[in-house]
Design a protein around this ligand. Structure first.
Ligand code: NTF
Length: 836
């Protein structure tokens, strides 16, 4: 690596080298300089937004210094890097995170106060970077935080959507989607107009012999779109490592527009071409756990995979190493099947462009990739139609066919007796039209495949990838249970609890080694500690109650039991089970005597989450929740005993207020459907208990915190198939309490019953696929247990504290160490004490 400034001039450079601010004075100077010059505001027109801008830019300066050094250090060290390919990064806000990771939040707080601003107000000016749908995207964001905090040389690669996940508004109880144009002011990204890649689509494949008689394949005459890099610094916690997240933006290849067309009067057409190119990175597909197979989505996937691989290969080639060294320098992790095209793309680069033998190339490919599966649900497994792929990516389709041929020949040799196996495991599904099964391609092209919680990793081996366990042996399949970053989800979201824990553990080391939390158990009987812990929970509930009052104008009593379910709206997550339970509670209250009511624990049922715009059933559930709220919240018979609220536009920054404020949160998916869940971890880490099914990470949470500290209910994953079968083929009687709930809905109590008929019919007439009726009784009985347990506040508190102390396992730092050790074979690169 050559330094660009010649030796004699370096002294001048060094003399003026940018330096991070260290004192409050320096922070103020940096902030004001940015407000006055970068933002062109003055003393007389500096509002909170400008104060946010100045503060963000001052911190950005600090990050950039570390970021540059990190990139330099990683280049010089010349060791293996990991590239995390994810179509979603649900980052949330960056400023608070930057301040805490850099460790200068207090300095900034005092500084801002000198300048006439309150820290909370400044922080809340920032828009969420919401480039994701739900758990999968947030997991990627937690992983970036952990990779940087643990000093792993790692890059994230994604798309720079102009519109992230839509903003949700609730109008008359219905979800309305509003576009999220978040880029009007984004100080956290650096456009790299010099880092571009030309990406080809369509066109044709031509084969010929070159002069030496070697077969050559070229893909040509396609349409070119340009990828432009935008870089986002990812600071680690209390380390100088600041990694890079590179997001690609699409642009017409010919520059601004086609001047030929422009000059010949086809102004419209020239602008159209430009817009068509920009459409590729325009918008995030708003589906969670659902594949819709749209052409533009396939374009997004290839655009992003091709740009990222070009970049990775370019970096490798600078080292002048032999190709067989590639997997020793590069690990690529596929976050779900969305980046699977990276597999045939790398094979294409190695064979068509670099001239490697097919087999040599293929061993490099397999050794490079790892694939993480995040769902077993059929409707979420990606398949692309062969005709579409033939049209858009003809060379890749041919490569996929060759990969498949080699694979099937291998299978045939090894399992000659099982003729059906070939069609079961073929990458190509013999349907009309034929489809490319992306998950199979991902398994075949990777050296490791992992699920995201133990149950899930077992399930993939016995269901969708069963044959592949036979073919490759069990060692190719592994588990890495999900985790969350305690920096954002404890330290940042719940500063008082984090401070209390630090005071007992003798410092903040536990934020880097969450297993240290277990030392808290020693304080479970410490009166002062218990009191403070309880006060913090109460204060967090007061904060949420205020938020509910401000946004929904509903008054809730913070002394009530806060029962929260926030996550994407989905039938498998069963918000309908929750709202039916709420209606059952409402009916019970209505039938109670005054004396009985006195004994009841007051409840607030809190919901939040977005429905995919085309998912009618999920939208119906939102509507029902809002209608129930309208009736229940205004019923004088009920008063404070029950309130029902739906929080609008659930997102990362709202989760930071919501998660610390629960007494109970709900993780109640049909067993076997929720691969892991990660909000379950956030709620428990913040001192709330959970009600849940034996699904995903709930099972491991139970194992860690103890059965007495969790409210489990419902049928088990192993029984689901038989139950579903029984719904159709034997007598299927609905739960009687559920029937009463349905009758109440049908009576029109919550508005026009016709609106909710699909919801009821799905259970009554269409086989109750998600087993709502089967689990209903167990669900409401468990809620009774929760009421009883909550009545004993002392024991409740013990459960909460014990659970927090036992949550150390669920840090995303542990995940990243596991990936590094068992999948990436990656070592950290720790900065020297001088930061270099
Ligand atoms: C989600 N999967 C799962 O539904 C969650 O249970 C899990 O916690 C997260 O992934 C993160 O692993 C998906 O979003 C997808 F795309 F796979 F359906």
């Amino acid at each position: 690596v050559e330094a660009s400034i010649p030796e004699p001039q370096r002294a001048a450079w060094k003399k003026h080298e940018a330096a991070p601010f260290k004192t409050k004075d320096q922070f103020e100077a940096a902030t004001i300089k940015h407000i006055e010059t970068t933002l062109a505001r003055s003393l007389f027109n500096c509002d909170e937004r400008a104060a946010y801008g100045g503060t963000a830019l001052a911190f950005r300066d600090r990050l950039v210094i570390d970021w540059n050094k990190t990139q330099q250090r990683q280049t010089f060290a010349d060791q293996k890097r990991v590239y995390y390919l994810s179509l979603e990064f649900l980052m949330g806000r960056a400023l608070d995170n930057a301040m805490l990771n850099v460790g200068m939040k207090d300095v900034a707080k005092d500084g801002l106060s000198d300048l006439g601003f309150r820290m909370e107000d400044v922080i809340s000016q920032e828009r969420d970077a919401a480039l994701g749908n739900g758990g999968l995207g947030r997991l990627a964001a937690c992983f970036l935080d952990s990779m940087a905090s643990l000093n792993y040389p790692a890059w994230g690669y994604g798309l720079r959507y102009r519109y992230g996940i839509f903003k949700q508004e609730i109008v008359d109880g219905y979800q309305v989607e509003v576009p999220d144009y978040w880029l009007d002011f984004n100080p956290w990204e650096f456009p790299r107009h010099d880092v571009t890649v030309d990406i080809q689509f369509y066109g044709n494949v031509r084969k010929y012999m070159d002069d030496s008689g070697k077969q050559v394949t070229v893909w040509e005459n396609g349409e070119i779109v340009q990828a432009v890099a935008y870089d986002v610094p990812i600071p680690g916690y209390k380390t100088a490592t600041t990694n890079n997240l590179r997001l690609w933006s699409s642009k017409a290849a010919s520059g601004e527009f086609d001047f030929q067309k422009f000059n010949s009067g086809e102004y419209e057409q020239s602008v159209n071409d430009q817009q068509r190119a920009e459409t590729i990175s325009a918008v995030l597909y708003p589906n969670d756990n659902l594949d819709r197979g749209k052409e533009l989505r396939l374009k997004q996937q290839y655009f992003w995979c091709a740009a990222s691989l070009y970049d990775i290969v370019r970096r490798f080639k600078k080292s002048k190493k032999a190709w067989k060294e590639f997997p020793n320098q590069v690990a690529i992790q596929l976050n779900d099947t969305h980046p699977t095209l990276a597999i045939p793309e790398l094979q294409r680069i190695l064979v068509d462009i670099e001239g490697l033998d097919w087999d040599d190339a293929w061993s490099i490919v397999q050794a490079t990739f790892g694939y993480t599966n995040h769902t077993v649900m059929a409707e979420a497994l990606e398949k692309w139609s062969v005709p579409l792929m033939q049209h858009l990516l003809p060379r890749h389709l041919a490569i996929i066919y060759d990969i498949n041929l080699n694979f099937l020949q291998y299978v045939e040799r090894n399992f000659p007796k099982d003729r059906e196996m070939l069609s079961r495991v073929s990458i190509i599904e013999e349907s009309q039209p034929k489809m490319v099964r992306m998950a199979f391609l991902a398994v075949i092209g990777s050296h490791k495949v992992n699920g995201v919680a133990e149950l899930h990793s077992d399930l993939i081996k016995t269901t969708i990838f069963k044959d592949f366990v036979q073919i490759y042996g069990p060692d190719k399949f592994t588990n890495v249970t999900n985790g969350i970053t305690p920096r954002r989800w404890l330290h940042q979201a719940n500063p008082r609890l984090s401070e209390l824990i630090a005071s007992k553990l003798g410092g903040e080391d536990y934020l880097k080694d969450l297993t240290l939390l277990n030392k808290l158990e020693a304080f479970v009987d410490d009166k002062a500690f218990r009191k403070e812990f309880q006060e913090i929970k109460y204060a967090n509930k007061v904060r949420l109650a205020k938020y509910i009052k401000d946004t929904l104008d509903v008054s809730v009593n913070p002394a009530s039991l806060f029962d929260i379910q926030v996550k994407r709206m989905h039938e498998y997550k069963r918000q309908q089970l929750n709202i039916f339970g709420v209606i059952h509670r409402y009916l019970t209250i209505k039938s109670m005597s005054a004396a009985e009511k006195k004994k009841l624990t007051p409840r607030v049922s809190i919901f939040g989450g977005k429905a995919a715009p085309g998912y009618w059933m999920a939208k119906t559930i939102i509507h029902l929740i809002n209608q129930v709220g309208k009736i229940v919240n205004n019923d004088p018979d009920v008063g404070d005993l029950l309130k029902v609220v739906f929080l609008e536009d659930y997102n990362v920054s709202k989760a930071e207020i919501i998660c610390p404020a629960s007494d109970i949160s709900e993780h109640i998916s049909t067993a076997g459907t929720e691969a892991s869940g990660t909000s379950n971890m956030k709620f428990v880490l913040n001192g709330g208990l959970i009600i849940g099914t034996c699904d995903g990470a709930n099972i491991e949470i139970t194992r860690e915190i103890g059965e007495q500290n969790i409210f489990l209910f419902g049928n088990l994953a192993e029984d689901v198939e038989d139950l579903r079968h029984a719904h159709f083929y034997s007598k299927f009687e609905l739960d009687t309490n559920l029937v009463k709930v349905f009758d109440t809905i049908k009576s029109g109590r919550f508005g026009d019953a016709g609106q909710f008929s699909a919801l009821i019919n799905g259970i009554v007439d269409h086989g109750d696929y998600y087993l709502v009726s089967d689990d209903f009784n167990s669900y409401i009985e468990t809620h009774k247990l929760i009421d009883e347990a909550y009545a004993n506040q002392d024991e409740w508190l013990t459960k909460c504290i014990t659970s927090v102390a036992r949550m150390g396992f669920f840090t995303s730092d542990r995940c990243i160490d596991e990936y590094a050790e068992s999948i990436w074979n990656l070592e950290p690169l720790t900065p020297k004490s001088n930061g270099v």
